[in-house]
Write a protein that binds this ligand. Structure first.
Ligand code: COA
Length: 161
């Protein structure tokens, strides 16, 4: 049986914390659909095309990871890809409330789709995309926290060489 899961997020930008979630997901599922939400309400720094490009470059060597953008309901996209679960990472107890609400709402929208949680690697529990954007905009070094393709996009965005 081909077990497909869908990992949604804004990925503004993707971090090594997100990559760790995908890698853990691949231990449980045969295929991960990484779904980059357009999410205009979050006013992303990078446009959807750039976020997709960073994710595609990051997983270029992974035949078991499919990248897609989306702007509709997650459960509809899950059906489109024959995914029977949603994959999410938990970094700390503070993530739980938001994740609980989202998982419960998705279950209300489609009772057939389960949400599976994996625990983030300890040394990435403090990483978030917002911190990456902030630190990078101030010239700080985020090279140990993001995949290398993201670095060049951050440097370009902040006019750093
Ligand atoms: N490592 C690093 N960072 C992580 C992380 C991890 N393991 N897990 C979460 N984060 C960070 C993200 O970087 C992001 O940081 P930021 O806010 O500082 O930028 C934050 O935690 C939460 O982002 P993310 O996990 O990407 O969630 P999101 O709120 O951006 O995305 C969607 C939420 C896209 C999954 C959700 O809005 C969705 O499904 N939308 C589609 C519409 C829909 O179906 N709505 C009903 C759903 S209930």
């Amino acid at each position: 049986m081909n077990r497909v899961t869908i990992y949604p997020g804004t990925f503004d930008p993707i971090t090594l914390g997100h990559v760790d979630v995908v890698e853990r997901g691949l231990k449980l599922f045969d295929h991960v659909i990484l779904a980059v939400a357009s999410n205009p309400g979050k006013l992303p720094m990078f446009d959807l095309e750039t976020r997709l490009a960073m994710v595609r470059e990051t997983f270029a060597q992974h035949s078991n990871v499919t990248i897609t953008g989306f702007n509709g309901l997650l459960v509809d996209l899950a059906h489109q890809y024959h995914a029977t679960s949603i994959l999410r990472g938990l970094r700390a107890a503070s993530d739980f409330e938001y994740e609980f609400q989202m998982a419960t709402m998705n279950r209300r929208l489609d009772a057939d789709i389960e949400t599976a949680f994996v625990m983030a690697r300890e040394d990435y529990t403090f990483v978030s995309s917002r911190f990456i954007r902030e630190i990078s905009s101030m010239g700080g070094d985020v090279s140990t926290l993001v995949p290398s393709p993201v670095l060049k996009h951050l440097q370009k965005a902040f006019n750093q060489s």
